[in-house]
Design a protein around this ligand. Structure first.
Ligand SMILES: [Zn+2]
Ligand SMILES: [Zn+2]
Length: 132
């Protein structure tokens, strides 16, 4: 019984992450999950997010300027653009060549499983605000 409930909770949380392109925080996921599961607790959301992250199903992104971790359920490789002035966190394509990064000359590395590239700058909204 408990196992079934856990699976259902995990499914709801993963569904929210797969649909969102906002890279929600755990609190945002919690608020969304409560619509489907009114009794779910924030602790349960955190536990499931940690499980999914350890499993490699979702990625935890720590914002460059600190603050709450953001979560990403996209299953295709991509890089992230962080706006240094607001909380915008955008998916950007990995520059060509980075997707199949190899270190043939590097004897200490045997395989690459993930390229985690973060680009920091200003989003259009913040750049416009600065010129007015
Ligand atoms: Zn911005
Ligand atoms: Zn992403």
């Amino acid at each position: 019984m408990k196992k079934t409930r856990n699976t259902r909770q995990r499914g709801v949380i993963l569904g929210i992450l797969r649909e969102s392109h906002e890279h929600p925080t755990a609190e945002m996921i919690y608020r969304e999950a409560r619509r489907a599961l009114p009794n779910i607790s924030l602790g349960t959301v955190y536990r499931n997010l940690n499980f999914l992250r350890d499993q490699g199903t979702v990625r935890e992104i720590r914002p460059s300027e600190g603050g709450s971790s953001r979560f990403d359920g996209a299953d295709t490789p991509h890089a992230h653009f962080h706006c240094a002035h607001c909380s915008a966190l955008l998916d950007i394509p990995l520059p060509p060549g980075l997707e199949n990064l190899r270190f043939e000359e590097e004897k200490r590395i045997s395989a690459v499983s993930l390229v985690d590239l973060h680009v920091i700058g200003s989003c259009c909204g913040c750049a416009e605000g600065a010129t007015h």
